[in-house]
Design a protein around this ligand. Structure first.
Ligand code: G6P
Length: 646
């Protein structure tokens, strides 16, 4: 949710900032902007829309003759090799609007009255209205409707400037005030969440950053420092990184990096290595990241399982759980919490844990859990699932559970993310960066890890060696089976062509594949803007079936499992009312041919693992519908990959 980049180094900042913005665009993309230090000034450019609009504004549509507001600072006429302006210090932002419509005025970076302080912010300042009123009374003039601008004016208020504007009664005095001190004073007044980078005209060699609730990482390159909301904007330039924690402020200059808290107490930070490969963040010849990530699943699932199974002992080995393994033996209730796709993986986990580990489990949307008065005791564990590890609601749910002394566990993809650092114990997905906003490989990996956790906890309880062995054996076969399904890509595309103009869809499934139905419907909604509802097959007759006619197709997830016959009856109910049916069925199921209009076959597997296989064709179906409609598959409207606001 909003992406921030800051650059300080020996190279031109502009290409680094634009590259960083492109890599963070998935976090939000309704407007963007850059503030660059050029000579003794700071200049800014902003544009509404995706990063491409900002680039066009900077470079012009024809790169050979760019019409850049920065033009006087660089020689752009030596194309095709673009010459960038000399500025080596700058900040940039891609926005997902929370306060104020997407417009140039509301795009970041924002500045103070004198245009000296420039700030890019991710998060929400909850008390901004009250602060804004006070600042306006003191004469501050606001140029946007954002909460962010308040921060720039607050810092200005604490910073003694030589005041050139009589209407502005900000702390008049000599210039050269204490920027870090003014920032700290301003931060103390803020309520809410922020990840901030800021530069100031008086400091040609300084960039400041602060974090509370929104992620911020500082990449340490050989000759440059890049600050960004996540490491995907850093990996091209630096392999070492410092993750800021809540309440920390960083003061970065060319030869120094100082991290302190809001009371100016110095903090020693660990430098960590980024182990993501650059290639993982590129499209590798696929037209969209989503398709690339769908096709990565045989490998990504294997990466999630590798080294974590003990086949002969029928056990799972989860190193991240070792420190709490004794406590886990005493757990008699699990609450799984997550949002969106991750929540659907949690629902699959609920069926697995109850059936195979015998642990009562409930699943709750994180946004609901945090406002309940959950009944938690010392034998309850909270398991949070999050690809980004930054989802604000999930993080808040973890904190709520910690308050009540629950053991907190997690399944997280992004190493070093806020959730990863907050939980007591967890398992990383090890699937590399997921760039497409619509989550695909994260889901299948989350379900695979749920299976491992089920074996881990089950074997601590009453699960037999034989059952443990069987689950592991089947799990290890999943990557090959997914490959078979992906081999049907062309056939699935043909089915998508047939249904591309439908305006509504039901997705129906039972037991383990009820969550699959929810996930299939979510995928279609997210990227094709077609209304789709996931419903338990058995519930459909209690209302939803009234909608069915020949223009309202249903996708049935009905593998040969313990609820197959029930599903078939529900399919008949739809067919007898003229509804069209696309079925996801088990290879060799001939009976389904009598009923379904279109069939996608998946290989046979253990019932608890069918959601992994059944979701893959639904991902492809949604992908093709969206691509056929000519929509922006990877960056659907109104969405963001990482939702760091409530
Ligand atoms: C956003 C994304 C979804 C994702 C959800 C949870 O809404 O658009 O694709 O499932 O957040 O994200 P997380 O990073 O916590 O898994």
């Amino acid at each position: 949710m909003c992406g921030i980049v800051g650059y300080l180094g020996e190279n031109s900042a502009l290409p680094a900032l634009i590259d960083g913005l492109r890599r963070l665009e998935y976090r939000g993309y309704d407007s963007s902007g850059i503030a660059l230090r050029l000579g003794s000034d700071i200049q800014s450019v902003k544009a509404v829309g995706k990063i491409k609009a900002l680039e066009e504004k900077i470079f012009g549509k024809d790169v050979k003759s760019p019409q850049s507001p920065f033009a006087k600072w660089g020689n752009y006429n030596k194309s095709p090799q673009l010459q960038y302006p000399r500025g080596c210090l700058g900040i940039a932002h891609t926005r997902w609007a929370t306060h104020g419509e997407p417009s140039e005025a509301n795009a970041h970076p924002h500045s103070d009255c004198l245009g000296k302080i420039w700030i890019a912010h991710n998060g929400i300042i909850e008390n901004y209205k009250e602060l804004k009123e006070k600042l306006e009374e003191k004469g501050h003039k606001f140029k946007s409707e954002t909460d962010t601008e308040v921060i720039a004016h607050l810092i200005e208020d604490f910073y003694p400037h030589t005041n050139t504007n009589d209407n502005v009664s900000v702390g008049a005095g000599k210039s050269g005030g204490d920027l870090a001190g003014s920032l700290r004073k301003a931060l103390k007044l803020l309520e809410g969440a922020y990840g901030i980078v800021l530069i100031h005209e008086d400091y040609p060699d300084k960039i400041m950053a602060a974090k509370m609730g929104s992620p911020l990482a500082i990449g340490l390159g050989d000759t440059e420092t890049i600050i960004a909301s996540d490491v995907s904007a850093i990996i091209t330039r630096a392999k070492q990184v410092i993750y800021l924690d809540d309440g920390e402020v960083a003061e970065i200059s060319k030869n120094d990096l100082r991290i302190f808290n809001i009371d100016n107490v110095k903090i020693e930070k660990k430098i960590e290595e980024i182990d993501w490969d650059m290639g993982e963040a590129e499209k590798k010849g696929f037209p969209h990241f989503m398709l690339k990530e769908i096709f990565e699943q045989p490998e990504s699932i294997m990466n999630s399982i590798r080294g974590r199974v003990m086949e002969r002992e029928g056990k799972a080995k989860l190193g991240g759980f070792d420190s709490v393994s004794k406590k886990l033996r005493d757990i008699n209730r699990i609450i799984i919490t997550a949002c969106g796709t991750a929540m659907h993986a949690g629902l699959v986990g609920e069926y697995m844990l109850e059936e195979y580990a015998g642990i009562p489990t409930e699943v709750e949307y994180a946004s609901e859990f945090r406002y309940r008065r959950p009944i938690i005791d010392k034998n309850t564990a909270l398991l949070a699932i999050s690809q980004s590890g930054e989802t604000a609601d999930t993080l808040a749910a973890i904190r709520e559970a910690k308050e009540k002394n629950a053991l907190t566990l997690g399944i997280v993809n992004v190493v070093g993310s806020s959730i990863a650092r907050e939980i007591d114990a967890g398992a990383y997905n090890h699937i590399g960066p997921e760039i497409s906003v619509a989550s695909t490989k994260a889901f299948t990996s989350q379900v695979a890890i749920m299976a491992l956790i089920t074996v881990y906890l089950g074997r601590q309880r009453r699960m037999s060696l034989i059952t443990g062995e069987r689950i592991i054996k089947e799990l290890l076969l999943i990557p090959e089976k997914i490959k078979d399904i992906l081999g049907q890509n062309n056939e699935i595309k043909k089915i998508a062509e047939k249904y591309v103009n439908a305006e509504n869809f039901f997705y129906l499934g039972r037991k383990y594949n009820y969550p699959t139905a929810l996930e299939g419907a979510l995928k279609l909604k997210e990227i094709s803007y077609i209304h789709a509802e996931g419903i338990p097959s058995g519930e459909m007759k209690h209302g939803s079936i009234a909608m069915i006619d020949e223009n309202f197709p249903s996708v049935f997830i009905c593998p040969r499992d313990s609820v197959y016959e029930k599903n078939i009856s529900n399919m008949e109910e739809i067919k007898s009312r003229g509804g069209r049916v696309i079925a996801v069925a088990t290879e060799g199921d001939e009976r389904i041919k009598e009923m379904a209009d279109d069939i996608i076959y998946i290989p046979k597997t253990l019932e608890m693992l069918t959601p992994i296989l059944a979701t893959a064709p639904l991902q492809l179906f949604a992908y093709h519908v969206s691509a056929l409609k000519g929509l922006d598959v990877d960056k659907p409207r109104n969405l963001a990959k990482s939702v760091t606001v409530e």
